[in-house]
Design a protein around this ligand. Structure first.
Ligand SMILES: *Cc1c(COP(=O)(O)O)cnc(C)c1O
Length: 398
């Protein structure tokens, strides 16, 4: 009998009861805005900032409206101006080039390797074209951060990290987001904490933080934020920095705090699922799993594999066969952007030189979410289905 999978790839866990109770308290108080506080009240947004700063080991954390907003704010806070060029990954999602375009800057795409990380050779080759790198740890794959920081240091490139898929991850023990001058995170529903929408930035730099806080819309109430530099950092910033409101409210912060307390437990649960699928897929003919470096502590909230040099028709056939058995795979290499996937050449507002080696990799990237609502048995079944269907198409193709 053919086994089918009947689970839902977009079903998240519920918000922890503690978060629901805290959200109800915020609503009962009526004080939803982060600066609308009772005397001596810290507020949920400020408390969350302190806790997130402590979690990442950063001096400062700012809770904002989205991950994309965090990235655009980071670019503004380091002084990126309209017309400036900003290096970024060719393999990423639309909010990343979008954040660069949001400040009027121009994305310069850097290629992707078969490990699904930024191509450090291509980065070196393009290092003279920009003084900022918006580094996207796309789908949680961390590049060799020691080499990357060396290259950028030598070239005088400021690094901002997009950690939408690496909240809870680390390279050689350093939490993701802490190598760059600013780390940006998302708490959109499909990331590692779920607020529906939201984000953070973290930094150790007093002046950058002062500008980011002003940009986010703190008015002269910045002292009420959870982690704030000394008054001296605001001396100029408070007059010079435009307000581009994008604060996080107390309601979303309330549902995030218990999730942050459990984040490491969630990450371990994701990795159990990831390894179950990975084990089930390894050595499938025609399919390449992405081997993870020992220095990388990853969070397997999704899994990718490569169908390298497959024809478009065979990839489409394999995906259709998996879908018919309930397994939803996404194809980053499809010529037309669809769902959440798109390629660098779909972002026509940011034209790029062609990158044939990257195109070959992108064309073969297959992606699957691993929500925590899946059991380990679900994951083993999913792997058996992929293995059987991909194997069948591979064999038929000879
Ligand atoms: C989700 C995501 C972001 C941020 O997205 P928002 O929806 O703005 O929070 C940034 N980069 C990547 C790679 C993402 O997947």
């Amino acid at each position: 009998m053919t086994e089918n999978f009947t689970g839902n790839f977009t079903q998240q866990l519920p918000i922890p009861e503690e978060g629901i109770a805290a959200a109800l308290d915020v609503m009962r108080s009526g004080r939803l805005h982060r600066y609308n506080l009772a005397p001596d009240e810290l507020g949920e947004a400020a408390a969350l900032e302190r806790e997130f700063a402590a979690y990442t080991g950063a001096k400062y954390a700012l809770a904002v409206a989205s991950g994309g907003y965090a990235m655009a704010t980071a670019l503004r806070a380091i002084g990126v101006k309209p017309g400036d060029h900003v290096l970024t990954n060719a393999f990423t999602l639309a909010p990343v080039p979008g954040s660069i375009a949001a400040v009027g800057a121009v994305p310069v795409f850097v290629g992707v390797t078969e490990s699904l990380t930024i191509d450090l050779e291509d980065l070196k080759a393009k290092a003279g074209q920009a003084s900022v790198l918006m580094l996207s740890h796309m789908r949680g794959h961390l590049a060799d951060m020691d080499s990357l920081m060396q290259i950028c240091g030598d070239a005088g490139i400021t690094v901002i990290e997009d950690c939408a898929h690496t909240m809870g991850a680390a390279w050689n023990g350093r939490p993701s987001g802490r190598d760059g001058v600013i780390g940006c995170y998302s708490v959109q529903t499909y990331k590692h904490m779920n607020a529906g929408e939201g984000g953070f930035l973290v930094t150790d730099d007093d002046d950058i933080m002062a500008r980011a806080v002003m940009l986010s819309g703190s008015y002269m109430l910045y002292g009420r934020n959870g982690t704030v530099p000394d008054e001296a950092a605001f001396a100029e910033a408070k007059y010079q920095t435009p307000n581009m409101s994008g604060r996080m409210d107390n309601l979303r912060a309330a549902i995030l705090r218990p999730q942050l307390a459990q984040l490491d437990v969630s990450c371990a649960a994701w990795n159990d699922r990831y390894r179950t699928v990975e084990d089930g897929l390894r050595d499938t003919p025609g399919l390449r799993v992405i081997e993870r470096p020992a220095a990388e502590r990853y969070v397997g909230s999704s899994i990718q594999f490569l169908l390298l040099d497959w024809s478009d028709a065979d990839i489409a056939e394999a995906l259709a066969r998996c879908a018919a058995r309930g397994v939803e795979l996404k194809w980053f290499g499809g010529a037309e952007p669809s769902g959440f996937t798109s390629r660098y050449d779909s972002w026509r507002y940011a034209p790029s030189e062609p990158m044939p080696a990257s195109d070959r990799v992108l064309k073969g990237i297959i992606d699957m979410r691993l929500p925590l609502t899946f059991s380990l048995e679900d994951c083993a079944l999913i792997a058996r289905i992929i293995r059987a269907e991909i194997g069948a198409v591979w064999q038929a193709a000879g």
